[in-house]
Design a protein around this ligand. Structure first.
Ligand code: XMP
Length: 326
């Protein structure tokens, strides 16, 4: 029976020194647990899996096999960053799987949000399973489980509908962050030398941009989501809002409206901007984004993103709106 209760005397990790003590302790524990065996990890590039990867690279080096699945629904630049940080800078054993066509083909024509989530989750497991079978001698599966996942507080965990590997691939679990809260994971990540853009990343849903390209996903509309999201992030960073606003992103609905571009009638998609603050994602308030910044973002998106002629700002708190649109 695994112990799943945070030790009562465990000090809250708030400083680099405390993070270093945690890291040292974990390096010993991980080496004891893993010995000379191999460990598999699904590395999304999110905070938790990135910190687990960095810890395990220090503990057991190339005995860790990281699998990064690009399902085509990641934000602009994310797969490249995972490769740069883990393969190039940390010299990790990283398997990069380009599964973009596979996911988008499976999702073609599927408009129902929960059905889309199920397809993405199931396909993810299938791709990961295939990679696991290609590896020889894996004994352990590392996971970025954190304490709130164990407590099952908040709706984020409830959305993790990824399922599990089949019985013959039931590896022993390695979960070095399972007693940490998110802020502690970030302090540890920084102490491990991960870049701020990874450590302080805003939450990103497992199904990724797939739930922001409303209805049936098409490649051109998905590109409009990805490009507009990149512009929004760039402008928020330039305005000093990165790390201050809890979550901000763009949505592209599956309808068009009439506009005018270069004196010609255009019939194109709108982009919806969403920027919210919350403590636990159960309720959320809308960030009071300066109007001049909204105008600048609108100007850039309508000029730089193909197929878009309008930009809207979502003023709805949660409730009544959820944070995502699907
Ligand atoms: P909602 O839209 O329910 O979102 O207000 C609350 C938080 O959960 C994230 N979210 C998801 N995360 N898989 C995830 O891993 C999902 O299917 C999913 N749906 C929403 C959302 O981004 C927000 O942070």
């Amino acid at each position: 029976m695994q112990n799943n209760k945070r030790p009562e005397n465990m000090e809250r990790i708030t400083t680099p020194a405390l993070a270093q003590a945690f890291i040292d302790e974990q390096l010993t524990a991980l080496r004891d647990q893993i010995g000379g065996k191999k460990v598999l990890l699904a590395l999304s590039g999110g905070v938790d899996s990135s910190v687990v990867a960095a810890l395990l690279i220090r503990a057991v080096g190339k005995q860790l096999v990281c699998v990064h699945v690009n399902h085509g629904l990641l934000r602009k630049g994310e797969p490249e960053q995972v490769i740069r940080v883990f393969r190039d800078q940390m010299d990790a054993n990283l398997v990069y799987v380009d599964a973009v066509d596979r996911f988008l083909d499976k999702l073609a024509g599927v408009a129902e949000p929960e059905e889309k989530r199920k397809i993405i989750g199931a396909e993810f497991i299938r791709v990961f399973e295939e990679e696991a079978r290609k590896q020889e001698g894996i004994e352990f599966l590392a996971q970025g489980t954190i304490y709130p996942d164990i407590l099952e507080s908040g709706p984020v965990k409830a959305h993790h509908n990824v399922g599990g590997l089949p019985d013959d691939l039931k590896f022993k679990l390695v979960e070095p962050l399972k007693f940490l809260f998110k802020d502690e994971v970030r302090v540890v990540g920084k102490a491990l030398g991960l870049p701020d853009s990874m450590v302080f990343r805003q939450p990103f849903p497992g199904p990724g941009l797939g739930v922001r390209c409303l209805g049936a996903i098409t490649r051109d509309r998905l590109e409009a989501v990805r490009e507009s999201d990149a512009i929004l992030r760039e402008e928020f960073a330039a305005a000093g809002l990165e790390g201050k606003v809890w979550q901000y992103f763009t949505i592209v609905p599956d309808f068009k409206s009439v506009g005018v571009k270069n004196n010609l009638r255009s019939f194109e998609w709108p982009v919806i901007l969403r920027a919210v603050n919350t403590r636990d994602a159960m309720t959320a308030t809308v960030e009071d984004v300066p109007f001049a910044l909204l105008q600048k973002i609108t100007d850039r998106i309508t000029h730089e993103v193909p197929g878009v002629n309008r930009v809207l700002f979502d003023l709805t708190p949660k409730p009544t709106g959820t944070i995502e649109w699907e």
